[in-house]
Design a protein around this ligand. Structure first.
Ligand SMILES: Nc1ncnc2c1ncn2[C@@H]1O[C@H](COP(=O)(O)OP(=O)(O)O)[C@@H](O)[C@H]1O
Ligand SMILES: [Mg+2]
Length: 417
């Protein structure tokens, strides 16, 4: 569940870009067009949209609450797929053609997010998700099938992602969650990067604002899809360099300049991407109070090691030993370091990130035996000079206790006094 701030969450009203639909073709080209089929590369200045406009302009199915009750067997507690700051997500079943509730185990599997109902909290986040996921289609964004708006009830119906969130794969231990291999971590990074690159593209210009491992979902083949668009926001238009917002997000992932000023740019997402990449390389959480003093904040702790050939092994997840080439690890660590630059202008854009990650995919099997030996030697050297012990961390708990970790959830963020 969310932390104590969660009840105070607020997001800005969603905007749209002139009623145009944005979608990506199979060859990856981003198209923007109206119902006339006209494709345009000009982005239209955002205009605020009313709730009615948003709901009318999508092809989403409007579900009744009773339909979703049937589909989820009355929101059975044992079918909870996950919980975030805004609500719980349940597994359910619908008929794939009629989109009506079907017998459990038959038809299409869906994930139903039921937003917390305390006094309409979450309505804006719900509407933002309908607005963005109702318009944006891309292989690396989760598909929204429909919604329910009935009295005070706010629900969202998504395609089911069989492998759940990246967070579970990285940080939960137990027989079900084996550590993700190096190659899978690189594949997931690339997929998630492509999702962000699509959002930032000239035609779409959306800032995601809550990029973190629990919002990256995985399909059966570990294709990454971004979900949870509750905090997404239209990027700046015209000659504006940023949008001014109330500072929202998740501690450990938000860019320092955004925390300090509330000025939001696509480069804020790039910083959060750097944090997630670092979590993948290290197997450590962005913030972990169970670590020894000085290691609570992953970025602060890891940064000095990332561009050192020898010290980089102090950061890399020991469960990945023998799976990566030295060159590949350095390249990935360097990419993370660039994304984490304190100055936004020194961060790459997401297209550049995608290019580097694609190069890493292509060269993944090029490790030589000399290189393998070198990795082992460097590793020994590094561990002999590094800390001898590793304190128990949240990631070390067994499956049954894993949920007791205070899950990082989106909330208003204030700079530390
Ligand atoms: N489509 C889905 N398929 C499978 N699991 C999902 C799906 N959507 C969400 N989940 C699970 O529920 C968790 C919370 O969902 P999320 O949309 O991030 O909620 P919140 O807005 O409350 O943060 C995710 O981290 C994931 O574990
Ligand atoms: Mg979430």
């Amino acid at each position: 569940m969310g932390n104590c701030w969660t009840a105070r969450i607020k997001a800005e009203s969603p905007y749209h870009t002139g009623g145009n639909l944005k979608y990506v073709s199979n060859d990856g080209n981003v198209l923007s067009g109206s119902s006339s089929g006209k494709v345009s590369s000009n982005s239209v200045p955002p205009t605020p949209r009313s709730e009615g406009d948003i709901l009318q302009s999508t092809n989403l199915k409007s579900f009744s609450l009773s339909e979703l009750k049937t589909a989820t067997r009355n929101f059975r507690p044992d079918s909870v797929l996950g919980e975030g700051g805004f609500g719980s997500v349940f597994k359910g079943w619908i008929d794939e053609n009629a989109l009506t509730a079907s017998k459990p185990g038959t038809g299409t599997v869906i994930a139903v997010k039921r937003l917390n109902q305390e006094g309409f909290q979450g309505h804006r986040e719900w509407l933002a998700e309908v607005n963005y996921l109702g318009q944006l289609y891309h292989p690396n964004l989760v598909k929204l099938i429909g919604y329910c708006l009935e009295d005070e009830h706010r629900l969202l119906v998504y395609e089911f992602m069989p492998r759940g969130s990246l967070e579970n794969h990285l940080f939960r231990r137990g027989s079900y969650f084996q550590p993700l291999s190096w190659n899978l971590r690189m594949k997931v990074s690339l997929g998630a990067a492509k999702g962000l690159a699509f959002l930032h593209s000239a035609e779409t210009k959306v800032i995601y604002r809550d990029f973190k491992t629990s919002n990256i979902l995985l399909d059966s083949k570990y294709n990454a899809k971004l979900s949870d668009f509750g905090l997404a926001k239209d990027g700046p238009v015209g000659d504006k360099s940023h949008v001014s917002t109330r500072v929202m997000g998740t501690y450990g992932y938000a860019a320092p300049e955004y925390l300090a000023t509330g000025h939001l740019t696509a480069k804020s997402d790039v910083y959060s991407f750097g944090v997630v990449l670092l979590e993948m390389l290290s197997g450590r959480r962005a913030v972990d109070k169970n670590r020894p003093t000085g290691e609570h904040n992953l970025v602060e702790w890891a940064k000095p090691y990332l561009n050192s050939k020898r010290k980089i092994f102090r950061v890399l997840d020991t469960r990945l030993e023998g799976q990566y080439s030295l060159g590949g690890a350095q390249k990935a660590a360097n990419l993370a370091l660039q994304c984490l630059s304190s100055e936004p202008k020194f961060r790459p854009n997401m297209d550049e990130v995608v290019t580097v990650l694609e190069q890493l995919q292509e060269s993944k099997d090029t490790r030589t035996s000399t290189e393998k030996e070198k990795i082992l030697n460097d590793r020994k050297l590094s561990s002999s000079s590094g800390p001898k012990h590793r304190r128990r961390s949240a990631g070390d708990v067994c499956d049954g206790n894993a949920a007791s970790y205070p899950r990082p959830s989106a909330s208003p963020l204030y700079t530390q006094p």
